[in-house]
Every structure is written in C-alpha cells, then in structure tokens.
Design a protein around this ligand. Structure first.
Ligand code: DQA
Length: 147
C-alpha cells in the first residue's frame, strides 16, 4: 500500500484560530482528517506530523526516506529561509510536494521566495486548505498512472 507523510511546520497547530482572515477556520485536525479520509478511499496509508522546531522537521524528513512514497509538506515560515530543511529534502529520495494555504506570491515580499521550491517536486498555494487536497489528488493520479 502506498504511504504518504503529511508534514506541517510552525504555527500550523494554531489553525482555526490563527489569522482566520488569511488561513480560514479549519483546524489542523480537520485538515488531517480530510486527507486521511480521501487517501483511505484511494487505498493510501497516511501519517501526520506537526512541529514548531526546525530540527524536528529535519529529523522527520530524514526518517521518511525509503518509508514513504510522497511527502506533502507545508513548511510554513521555514519555507522562506530554512536551508537545513531544503538540504534535508534534497538528501532524500522521496518526492516532496510543497503546499501553502495562502497565496504566498500575493503576500509580503519576504513570502515570495521559497528556498524549498527548487528541491520540491512542485508547489501548490493559495487554494485554502484545498491546497493539501490538490496535492493529494496529484499523488493519487500519479500512483494510478504508475500501476
Ligand atoms: C503558509 C504561508 C507562510 O508564509 C506562513 O509563514 C505560514 C503558512 C501557508 O500555509 O499559507 O505559516 O505556509
């Protein structure tokens, strides 16, 4: 059974109450549940991890190597400056899809840069929590085509 790791970076544990005008009112548990449900329907196993700490995310990425088929990753603020996370993604064989709830390109200048994008398989942003689901649909499509 294919396996997907869903990784969430700093402050995403506060979704639901954090700047709802930008991120909406859906909680992280709701997002994980939506992903798990759709993935189960498609015969995909899921695992979820959120951390506010850069090193913990680096560890999670390293440990995912050879254990998962894809990673869906919202690195939150680390997206814009964490070379350690970028290097961890580059060091593993698992393709990573970068996601963001908001459209980072429409926001402050410092959010326009993703240091992860050059080593990610692709980037999906601005669709609200559906950014995660769009990443999952892309993975389902790829897995079906690979069969
Ligand atoms: C975010 C966008 C980032 O710029 C921000 O730091 C976040 C969330 C998003 O999902 O829109 O924490 O990754």
């Amino acid at each position: 059974m294919p396996r997907i790791l869903v990784l969430h970076g700093p402050n995403l544990n506060l979704l639901g109450t954090r700047e709802p005008e930008i991120y909406g009112s859906t909680t992280l548990d709701d997002i994980n549940e939506m992903i798990a449900e759709r993935a189960a329907e498609a015969g995909i196993e899921t695992a979820f991890y959120q951390s506010n700490h850069e090193g913990d995310l680096v560890d999670a990425i390293q440990q995912a190597n050879h254990k998962f088929d894809f990673i869906i990753f919202n690195a939150a603020a680390f997206t814009h400056y964490s070379i350690a996370i970028r290097d961890a993604i580059a060091a593993i064989d698992v393709p990573v899809i970068e996601v963001h709830i908001s459209n980072i390109h429409q926001r402050e200048e410092f959010r326009h840069t993703s240091v992860l994008a050059p080593v990610a398989m692709g980037q999906i942003c601005g669709l609200g929590v559906e950014s995660y689901l769009a990443a999952l649909e892309a993975i389902i499509y790829k897995l079906n085509r690979a069969e």
